[in-house]
Write a protein that binds this ligand. Structure first.
Ligand code: PLP
Length: 394
């Protein structure tokens, strides 16, 4: 009898796919999508991000079609997060003001309406993108910003946040530790704008989820303008699950459409929670290069939608993300490591899924919508992955 152990997968190449055992009926939530879109349209630099048909990816994955919603440049920032951060900031400030700032035409007028609140500070915890967006809103409105990042956040991401004029605090430990630190700042002159929730703090993260609806409103508009049918499968990168919750809300209007979530293998807190049947917090540190997904605890306010409404989860090692970054660049789409995660998950299912459970979402007639949620938010790391800069620690 052989004593040889099966070879462990090479670091970074891990893959797992699970059908969500909790999937079921979702309680519909009403979202004021028109009002939110009208709000975003008045912010500087608003424009719908591209929805691209990529036949080369469809052919390689052996599916009917692949659409990519590319969030490489959203309001001049390299990720979709401003959609949620801006709406959450707006609603929070309306409440602090105790008055409706309407009518206002542009952000300068809005800043003047909120001026009685000054001096005021917006606070957030982040792996990079959300905090940068909160800092941008603070700058636009003439407020201060204090943003907490976990140790291990790359210099480029810290510089991006500081470049918005924010004070950046590095918190020893994980993203969850940065979230806990940010929560201490709430007070009369400061509001915490978090994309995740905790007991007693849920309104703001619910507004963040609502803000993401603009991405889906744009997708609907682009699909109807092109006469394209609704996709069958939305593939979404998952951190705390707020974006996935927005995707679930969106597919409620499209019978038959499903959402598939992709997480890094060492930050798969939503998958772990689905398998446990309850919210779980991961042990240890999450250090994936998919930095935006390095979360140890799902957002409790996203959980009711995510736990029932996501059909299945794929967890991947970092090499899948690196490869997807290169593949997207080859078809002209700038995607950072987090932004490329959804394609990384699809590649893994295609190549390693065999007859596994997720294959049923990848049939030859399936129309996929892949959310590429981020551009090169750390340009040096992005260039190293593409091999156009000397390899460093990424
Ligand atoms: C680029 C990017 N994509 C996806 C996500 C995941 O979003 P969520 O944490 O809502 O699951 C994040 C989170 O920060 C992100 O920065």
């Amino acid at each position: 009898m052989s004593t040889a152990q099966p070879a462990a997968p090479a670091a970074g190449t891990g893959f797992r796919a699970v059908v969500n055992p909790l999937a079921g009926e979702v309680t519909p939530v009403s979202v004021p999508t028109e009002e939110i879109l009208a709000f975003h349209r008045r912010l500087p630099g608003y424009g719908p991000t591209p929805l691209l048909s990529v036949p080369a990816l469809a052919e390689r994955l052996g599916v009917g079609s692949v659409l990519v919603k590319a969030e490489s440049n959203r309001f001049g920032l390299p990720a979709f997060k401003m959609l949620g951060a801006s709406w959450a900031v707006y609603r929070t400030l309306c409440e602090r003001l105790g008055a409706d700032p309407e009518p206002w035409g542009d952000v300068d007028e809005l800043a003047a309406r909120f001026a009685p609140l000054r001096p005021f500070t917006l606070v957030a915890a982040t792996d990079g993108n959300h905090g940068r967006a909160v800092a941008r809103m603070a700058r636009l409105l003439g407020f201060g910003a204090r943003i907490f990042v976990p140790s291990g956040t790359t210099e480029a991401r810290i510089a991006g946040i500081a470049g918005e004029g924010a004070e950046v605090g590095v918190v020893p430990g994980t993203y969850d530790a940065a979230v806990a630190r940010s929560a201490e700042e709430e007070g009369p002159g400061a509001a915490v704008i978090s994309d995740t929730s905790w007991p007693g703090y849920s309104d703001v993260p619910l507004r963040v989820i609502e803000g993401y609806s603009t991405m889906f409103s744009e997708i609907d508009d682009a699909l109807s303008a092109a006469g394209h049918e609704q996709p069958d499968v939305l593939v979404v990168p998952v951190g705390v699950g707020a974006l996935a919750a927005a995707a679930v809300q969106h597919v409620q209007g499209s019978p038959g459409a499903v959402v598939v979530g992709v997480e890094p293998e060492d930050a798969a807190c939503v998958t772990a929670s689905a398998l446990a049947g309850e919210l779980v917090t991961l042990e240890g540190e999450q250090r994936s290069i998919m930095a935006g997904l390095n979360c140890g605890t799902p957002s409790p306010v996203a959980w009711p939608l995510v736990s029932r409404g996501v059909a299945g989860f794929v967890t991947i090692g970092d090499d899948w993300a690196r490869r997807a970054v290169r593949e997207l660049a080859a078809v002209g789409i700038e995607a950072g490591e987090t932004g490329a995660a959804a394609l990384g998950g699809l590649n893994a299912v295609h190549e390693c899924g065999g007859t596994g459970p997720m294959q049923r979402f990848l049939g030859p007639t399936a129309n996929l919508l892949v959310l590429v949620t981020e551009g090169a938010s750390d340009p040096g790391a992005w260039r190293r992955i593409l091999g156009v800069e000397a390899v460093g620690a990424d």
